[in-house]
Design a protein around this ligand. Structure first.
Ligand code: APR
Length: 246
């Protein structure tokens, strides 16, 4: 990738009137959180049916210990990386207006991003499947599993969508709204394989936005909607972009 491509992308981002970001698991890889697909991925080590809602409801005693291991013991130690901080700074500088993320790791918020639409929810919150009571995972006792609701005794689950669950309506509407208003969409670390999340950059494209993709590999977006593919790791690419965004 040439410095001209980087300079060109930085200029487009700097001059944008309504820039948005769309992130996938790849933006958190350099924080030590493996992607869901590809080599060394989550689904190559764990059975995705653990996050299948029906299976979880009928086997909570099997699912909860593994969910704790992945999303609280393992993911819980992850910290934001340079890419998360760069995206937060672009929002603080008034360039990025909204960030849509498929990630449930809360790292964008920990890095300082405020306008974050959690397309798949957030593992920091827990929700009761019976009465919809919510509490922060940090306030729950994860040493006794499965987790049951302190209000009604119903089964609790992490507040991110399991396979078989709907996308949170508010996050969907806000994300689509941001895509329709955007003139630039920075797509970071996503295969584009997961629906309906992948509709967001597609909607931005349909609405006339320039699509700048940051990913070391090609994705389903690359040939279909990407205008500029900055091929590389998120933190490296943002390091290069920042030289021209100051
Ligand atoms: N920087 C940028 N991108 C990276 C990096 C990196 N350092 N490392 C890997 N990637 C890219 C990979 O090339 C791939 O395109 O990140 C992407 C990770 O792919 P997925 O794990 O499929 O992530 P994503 O597209 O976000 O789909 C994840 O799938 O199971 C569902 O709900 C779950 O939100 C999750 C979604």
């Amino acid at each position: 990738m040439s410095s001209t491509e980087i300079q060109n992308a930085a200029e487009i981002i700097r001059l944008s009137k309504h820039c948005m970001a769309f992130t996938g698991a790849g933006v958190s890889v350099e924080s030590g959180i493996p992607p869901f697909r590809g080599e060394n991925s989550i689904w190559s080590r764990y059975d995705p049916s653990l996050l299948e809602l029906r299976y979880f409801k009928s086997h909570p005693e099997t699912c909860w210990p593994v969910i704790k291991e992945i999303f609280y013991d393992f993911f819980g130690k992850a910290k934001p990386n340079a890419a998360h901080y760069a995206l937060a700074k672009l929002e603080q500088d008034g360039i990025i207006r909204a960030l849509v993320t498929q990630n449930i790791d809360n790292l964008h918020q920990e890095a300082g991003s405020r306008e974050v639409y959690e397309f798949h929810g957030n593992s920091q919150r827990l929700v009761c499947l019976q009465c919809d009571f919510h509490e922060m995972a940090a306030e729950a006792d994860l040493s006794v599993l499965p987790l049951y609701c302190p209000k009604c005794g119903g089964l609790m689950k992490p507040d991110f969508i399991f396979f078989g669950e709907q996308i949170p309506e508010k996050a969907y509407q806000l994300s689509m709204g941001a895509a329709r208003k955007s003139d630039v969409c920075i797509v970071v670390g996503s295969t584009g394989e997961v629906m309906p999340a992948a509709l967001i950059p597609a909607e931005a494209k349909r609405s006339g936005a320039v699509i700048i993709e940051i990913n070391p590999e090609e994705s389903l977006f690359t040939r279909d909607i990407t205008d500029i593919h900055l091929r590389g790791k998120a933190s490296e690419i943002f390091g290069l972009l920042n030289q021209y965004l100051k």
